[in-house]
Ligand binder design. Structure first.
Ligand SMILES: Nc1ncnc2c1ncn2[C@@H]1O[C@H](COP(=O)(O)OP(=O)(O)OP(=O)(O)O)[C@@H](O)[C@H]1O
Ligand SMILES: [Mg+2]
Length: 335
């Protein structure tokens, strides 16, 4: 009998949950391949370090973009390798896989996730809506007749969903999340500091000194980049306030999406959300002060889920461990 594995195949990170074991993998969704034969030369953290640094002949990239499959073959190879690393697959047994898909993607995009999973060696594949998994992982009581709102800010997309009685009642997805935050930092430094930095440096600035709200403790960080004036390498000290200004625009887009999802929500359920607040998941929830900013701009109470990077995977794990009692949340297609 094959193993049962849960997969959160994210734009930035892939997580896996093995039935009976818990979370067994947390790795960047990055692959380095050789250009000549498209064989994998590095994966995960190692490949992530190569982003923007590869020599001729090697290509390091993310096969998932905005939550959907961007490079089918490479995504399948990455998934296969992660099945092997975690012991989910062996010569003699292929796993039953529960994998999430962003809500509101097209049937073709759904099908691609399914096909990639089969290509990676799955025996059967069940799909689950990502916001539901996130809500379960954040320990929201999704089965109740009460509206709750989950806001998952990942690498590629921000998904906002209102859930009641185990189903999604209203939802919106925005292709603005962590990657766009990094991009906004790159653009800001180009415009106001005349310095070009790479996306990895921008991400580091966000993680180390980034804040979303002016009330938070500030810091600064020295970065290296290329001067747009002289074309030469330079270093610059960047302040928290600059990162906050840079992030203002993408964060406003996130807040606008929260508000407009609320407007689509039937009144009884939006009243629940005003009573109980909203819950943030995904890596973006870790941006310092994001809860305070959203609270001020929407008037809603904002909770940050415990271990926001792991919520989706934990939620899939709960479905797997529930032995079918949460099975209504799955769309199983066997082949
Ligand atoms: N402490 C932090 N502060 C701000 N951002 C963070 C922090 N930690 C991680 N992130 C950001 O979170 C993002 C990754 O989050 P996550 O793993 O939830 O995305 P994903 O699930 O791979 O993407 P998606 O759900 O969009 O497909 C990255 O952009 C990363 O920079
Ligand atoms: Mg995600």
């Amino acid at each position: 009998m094959g193993k049962m594995v849960g997969v959160d195949l994210g734009t930035a990170n892939t997580l896996m949950f093995l039935k009976g074991k818990g979370i067994v993998l947390r790795a960047p969704s990055v692959v380095a391949i050789s250009k000549s034969d498209r064989e994998v030369v590095a994966l995960g953290r190692e490949a992530h370090r190569m982003l923007g640094r590869t020599p001729e002949g090697i290509l390091a990239f993310r096969p998932i973009k905005d939550g959907v499959i961007a490079d089918f073959d490479v995504a399948a190879k990455m998934l296969r390798a992660y099945f092997e690393i975690t012991g989910s697959i062996s010569l003699f047994s292929r796993p039953t896989v529960v994998i999430c898909i962003p809500y509101g993607v097209t049937d073709v995009e759904k099908r691609a996730v399914e096909d990639v999973t089969y290509q990676a060696g799955a025996r059967s594949v069940a799909l689950v809506d990502e916001p539901l998994a996130a809500a379960l992982g954040a320990e929201l009581r999704v089965g109740r007749a009460r509206g709750s709102m989950i806001v998952d800010i990942g690498g590629g997309t921000t998904e906002v969903a209102v859930i009641s009685m185990g189903g999604i009642v209203a939802s919106q997805s925005l292709r603005v999340a962590g990657d766009e935050f990094d991009e906004a930092i790159v653009e800001y430094l180009k415009k106001y500091r005349d310095i070009l930095v790479g996306n990895a440096t921008a991400e580091e600035l966000k993680l180390r000194i980034g804040t979303a709200h002016p009330s938070l403790p500030r810091g600064n960080m020295e970065v290296s980049g290329r001067s747009l004036r002289s074309g030469l390498g330079v270093t610059a000290t960047v302040q928290s306030d600059e990162i906050r200004e840079a992030l203002e625009r993408p964060l406003t887009a996130v807040i606008r999406t929260i508000k407009s999802t609320l407007e689509q929500t039937p009144p009884e359920l939006s009243a629940d959300i005003y009573d109980f607040g909203i819950t943030l998941t995904g890596g973006g929830a870790l941006l310092r002060g994001i809860d305070r900013l959203i609270m001020e701009k929407t008037g809603l109470r904002v909770n940050i889920a415990k271990d926001p990077l792991e919520c989706v995977c934990k939620g899939i794990g709960r479905i797997i461990e529930s032995e079918g009692s949460l099975g209504d949340l799955l769309q199983i297609r066997q082949r």
